[in-house]
Design a protein around this ligand. Structure first.
Ligand SMILES: NC(=O)C1=CN([C@@H]2O[C@H](COP(=O)(O)OP(=O)(O)OC[C@H]3O[C@@H](n4cnc5c(N)ncnc54)[C@H](O)[C@@H]3O)[C@@H](O)[C@H]2O)C=CC1
Ligand SMILES: O=C(O)[C@@H]1CCC=N1
Length: 264
């Protein structure tokens, strides 16, 4: 696959790393306004960096847009005359609707929206996808890319904002929980490095157990909570202090915010 990432910033570079580590492209073009930060990527075989989006379009079949919402419109205006029927446009841009992209590049262009998270750099992103009508003919290409770099599901476009909160912002929420449990571990006497290792591996174990068993979290929690034991003591104290409620309220606040920053 001849892939271009238009806007190799935080997310764009995470996608690039995932593609490179998984050898998941034929050619890869990375664009950015300032090349200094991405020059090192040219050391990888078949990777090119440029400031020229038009060149990236001409050189590639799959165009992944990873720019800020306010930057996308200008870029689509810039490249639209160079788009052909071979191009598949994949936008990771938050809150930028398919209909707005269609109004700039036309309904006949294959358009897919993807909402990955930065774990795509290590092939572990949960990515939500949706597409325009004609894009259904190419959605399997997007699934192939994002399944190689984690897991993907197809959702209706009206759930993309919620998906952004749960998956894209969500990775930051989980990392904060890892940090908090690390701090708890330090207070119990582990050095910071060991405490983080214990916390990360336990988090990975919890997710893996649920993924592999298909069980509900409470069923697995019941196996851990010895009656009158230390686990239920800790869990109840956390709940008295609003753990679940705080997470749910945070998710709601994030969702409220994302609906205010939607640009179209
Ligand atoms: N950072 C994240 O974890 C996630 C971000 N997103 C969305 O992905 C998009 C990108 O986010 P980030 O990577 O965090 O932003 P960023 O600001 O780190 O990256 C955007 C990059 O685009 C470049 N750029 C701007 N105008 C350009 C142009 N005309 N041509 C080429 N490059 C240009 C900028 O120099 C910058 O490096 C946003 O819409 C964001 O909402 C979605 C999911 C997760
Ligand atoms: O925080 C944000 O607004 C963007 C969207 C999801 C991740 N980063």
């Amino acid at each position: 696959m001849k892939i271009a990432i238009i806007g190799a910033g935080n997310l764009g570079l995470s996608i690039a790393k995932g593609l490179i580590v998984n050898n998941a492209f034929t050619t890869l073009v990375l664009t950015r306004r300032n090349l200094e930060e991405i020059q090192e990527y040219e050391e990888y075989a078949k990777v090119k960096v440029t400031t020229d989006n038009m060149e990236a379009v001409q050189y590639s079949d799959i165009l992944i847009f990873a720019v800020q919402p306010t930057q996308l419109e200008r870029i689509l205006e810039e490249i639209k005359d160079d788009l052909t029927e071979k191009h598949v446009l994949i936008s990771t841009v938050t809150g930028y609707k398919i209909s707005s992209m269609e109004s700039l590049v036309g309904k006949e262009q294959f358009i897919i929206r993807a909402m990955p998270n930065t774990a795509i750099a290590v092939g572990k992103s949960m990515t939500c996808l949706c597409c325009n009508e004609i894009g259904e003919k190419r959605i399997t290409i997007a699934e192939a890319i994002f399944n190689r770099l984690g897991s993907s599901i197809i959702i209706p476009e009206n759930k993309m904002q919620a998906a952004t909160v749960i998956c894209a912002s969500g990775i930051a929420f989980w990392m904060r929980l890892i940090r908090a449990t690390t701090q708890g571990g330090v207070q119990l006497g582990f050095d910071a490095e060991d405490a983080q290792e214990l916390s990360m591996q336990t988090c990975l174990g919890a997710a893996s157990l649920l993924i592999e068993s298909g069980k509900h979290p409470e069923e697995e929690i019941d196996k851990v909570t010895t009656p009158r034991g230390c686990t239920i003591e800790g869990l109840n104290e956390m709940e008295h202090n609003g753990l679940s409620s705080s997470l749910i309220k945070g998710i709601q606040a994030s969702f409220k915010k994302i609906n205010t920053i939607t640009t179209n």
